[in-house]
Design a protein around this ligand. Structure first.
Ligand SMILES: [Fe+2]
Length: 359
């Protein structure tokens, strides 16, 4: 299967992975052929993209780290603010991650605008747990980190939706309201004495920057709790790769470039390093544009270089970009949607990439 941005999805295409609605019920099943009405509805609901099954990419399998059941239970426990249930879910997530043969975050999460806060919180919990594992945390510490991820944005539920989803630039007053959400999340957990100070400080400080430019306290480097540093990195990554009412979804490669660009000023260097080991720059099933104008789909990543995966071309030929004898001048320019690109499109993509790097 392959991942397609919603703009390129058309009727007649076959769904590669079940699509869930904001209430965690299946909206459209894997194997169903999309109607015109389905496509319009998916766009209205705010999906950034979906997985499509076709003959060219039939053998490319993309698995979510979490089963749909655990993902749904996690969403429910956040929605109900049920800490006891969240602890059970965190245990299941940690067990799943620690027992996986290899952990690679290939699956792009399919979020709607409505389900954003809950799905985002589950993603942050999972990504943070993976980073914690990479940093050698004990299972108990990973469970705490996972819980901190699940509840880090609870305070956002008190921010009016018209501010959270405002498509235009926020006023200073509106931004001040948003900046209060970490403290509100912290306050909501205040009387749960069984939670460690790591969980509390992780939630409170997940928008602090290394250089002191963050909020709510403007803490710098070594004053910021390690849980908060991890939540900060994975929170920004998941937010960038999600489509929101005020922004497009960034490609994984663009989001990773942003994290690297913010190392030491916004983000902790070690945390970004560990995170990069688990997130492929070009996930499996992603469509990419090559520097010669052709487009292809990522078949698998190479251990030698995450920048040079195996790419399947539209004629079915697999190109291994680590084969430097044949493909030394060929590079991946960006994530792409159709099967061909004009020189203008390539120039435009390279310019956008530069702008993000320079941002
Ligand atoms: Fe937040």
């Amino acid at each position: 299967m392959r991942y397609m941005l919603i703009e390129a999805v058309t009727s007649g295409m076959i769904i590669g992975k079940d699509i869930y609605d904001a209430n965690d019920s299946i909206l459209l099943c894997q194997g169903k052929r999309l109607s015109e009405l389905n496509v319009t509805r998916l766009r209205e609901l705010g999906y950034a993209g979906i997985y499509i099954q076709d003959n060219l990419t039939r053998d490319i399998r993309i698995d979510d780290i979490l089963s749909p059941e655990i993902r749904s239970e996690a969403c429910q426990s956040i929605r109900n603010f049920d800490l006891d249930e969240a602890k059970k879910v965190a245990e299941a997530i940690v067990e799943r991650i620690l027992s996986a043969e290899s952990v690679s975050i290939d699956m792009v999460d399919l979020k709607t605008f409505d389900s954003y806060t809950y799905q985002h919180s589950v993603n942050v919990a999972v990504l943070a747990t993976i980073v914690g594992m990479g940093m050698g945390f004990s299972a108990d510490k990973l469970k705490e980190l996972c819980i901190a991820g699940m509840f880090h944005d609870m305070g956002k539920l008190e921010v009016p939706a018209e501010i959270l989803n405002k498509p235009s630039k926020l006023t200073t007053e509106e931004y001040d309201i948003i900046k209060k959400h970490p403290q509100k999340s912290y306050d909501l957990l205040a009387d749960r004495f069984e939670l460690s100070s790591n969980v509390r400080m992780g939630v409170l400080c997940h928008h602090e920057n290394e250089d002191g430019s963050g909020y709510p306290r403007g803490l710098t480097g070594d004053k910021i709790n390690i849980f908060a540093k991890i939540l900060h990195v994975v929170d920004v990554y998941d937010a960038l790769t999600s489509k929101r009412s005020y922004k497009k979804a960034y490609a994984c490669s663009e989001a990773l470039e942003y994290l690297m660009g913010g190392t030491a000023t916004l983000f902790d260097e070690k945390v970004v390093d560990v995170f990069m080991k688990y997130v492929p720059i070009y996930p499996k099933g992603m469509q990419v544009l090559l520097s010669d104008g052709r487009k292809g789909v990522i078949v698998r990543n190479n251990h030698i270089s995450s920048l040079r995966p195996v790419v399947r071309m539209v004629d079915g030929l697999d190109i291994d970009l680590t084969d430097m004898h044949r493909y030394s001048t060929l590079t991946i320019v960006c994530q792409a949607n159709e099967d061909t690109a004009t020189p203008e499109e390539i120039a435009q993509a390279e310019q956008e990439r530069w702008q993000i790097q320079g941002h």
